[in-house]
Ligand binder design. Structure first.
Ligand code: SF4
Ligand code: SF4
Length: 367
């Protein structure tokens, strides 16, 4: 009953997570954090780590989203979407295709193969897939990362598996803080206990090995396997299963928490999309230089997927000594220095960068 929906959602999650690094917007991965330049490519836009307010807004959105999902839907993430659960479910599901005799061996072997894909997928969120394939077993850094991640994920799946959800996962430990009396959980109907056939089919299928008849356990990942197993027994008697979903999805908290998460998401999007295509910062360096000569450091960030040719100039009576014409690749930044010689008395320097549909002026002191 629930299994087919869960498998469909798990498949969708696996396709999205594995496929997203291959999707490009404005010539860049849809979602990728570039470590050398400390910038996050996000669906055709770029977030620089210096833009702390955006990082903060994103953190606030995720906090609200996690609170909303957990308080209203309980451990739906753990049982239906968590990559750990998806991997283990895939491993078990694929193993059953090999028949009873081989199933056990295949179940042990498959996580090793799946872990290699997990390792590659993790790298793709930092290095574009095409570059990863070119550098794999050529670049010592990428090869080491791939092998170490592969080993760690394989060992974790082989030796911890579902135990990870019960004992180590920090999100699982937070459940007690988030749950309230109306949170969606899976509960055994104690009021009908006398009719229960005590067949323990619900216990045998439980991936974390708990007995739902004993009451709600913090180890339960809300996968609904026990409901499906019980339905097979109770359907013959035309009675509802004993374990079942319990909770209120539509209630005031759903709307205000969901609304707060939606507002945070919209604010984040507005902040990202309303930024200028090019950012220009100038500061005067405290360097000891001959009178009438000042040195300035500048940073120019190209927030767009368009290559830009920019000209550095000043409307003041000065001479700029340094590179004037700057080429910025899409989503790149330039940090440079320029010497400025005043051709008269000057208190403030104005610097301008201009290019196609761009003209930004900045002011800095002149000594
Ligand atoms: S599967 Fe259903 S009927 Fe069988 S023991 Fe579990 S709750 Fe009772
Ligand atoms: S008790 Fe039921 S819902 Fe909870 S983990 Fe076990 S099978 Fe899944």
């Amino acid at each position: 009953m629930w299994k087919k929906y869960r498998t469909a959602l798990e498949l969708l999650q696996a396709i999205i997570v594995t496929g997203l690094p291959f999707v490009t917007v404005n010539g860049e991965s849809a979602l990728r954090f570039d470590i050398p330049t400390l910038k996050l490519h996000l669906f055709g836009s770029v977030i620089w780590m210096r833009e702390f307010y955006l990082v903060l807004a994103a953190a606030l959105f995720f906090l609200l989203l996690i609170s909303f999902v957990t308080i209203i839907l309980g451990r739906v993430w753990c049982g239906w979407l968590c990559p750990q659960t998806v991997l283990l479910d895939f491993g078990e599901g694929l193993a059953t295709l090999f028949g009873k005799k081989l199933a056990r061996k295949v179940e042990k072997l498959l996580p090793i193969l799946l872990s290699a894909l997990v390792s590659l997928t993790m790298i793709w969120y930092f290095i574009p897939p095409a570059e990863t394939f070119r550098a794999l077993f050529v670049s010592p850094t990428i090869t080491t990362f791939f092998l170490v991640l592969w080993a760690v994920v394989s060992l974790e799946l082989a030796f911890l598996g579902r135990k990870f959800c019960m004992s180590i996962c920090p999100y699982a430990m937070l459940q007690n803080l988030f749950f309230d009396k109306d949170t969606l959980i899976i509960e055994y109907d104690v009021s009908r206990e006398r009719d229960c056939m005590k067949c323990d089919a619900c216990v045998k299928v439980c991936p974390v090995g708990i007995d739902i008849k004993q009451g709600l356990s913090t180890a339960c990942i809300a996968c609904a396997e026990c409901i499906d197993a019980c339905v097979e027994k109770t359907a013959r008697k035309h009675i509802p299963p004993f374990p079942n979903y319990k909770g209120k999805i539509l209630r005031p908290k759903t709307f205000w928490l969901g609304g707060a998460a939606a507002v945070a998401a919209s604010t984040l999007l507005v902040l990202i999309w309303s930024r200028p295509a090019v950012d220009f910062l100038v500061t005067r360096d405290n360097a000891t230089l001959p009178s009438g000569l000042n040195r300035y450091s500048y940073s120019i960030h190209n927030n767009s997927g368009e290559e830009r040719m920019l000209e550095l100039s000043s409307p003041d009576m000065v001479t700029l000594l340094g590179e004037h014409t700057l080429r910025l690749k899409p989503f790149s930044a330039i940090h440079g220095r320029i010497l400025v010689k005043a051709n008269g008395k000057l208190e403030h320097l104005h610097l301008t960068i201009s290019g196609r549909s761009i003209s930004i002026n900045r002011e800095a002191g002149f000594l």
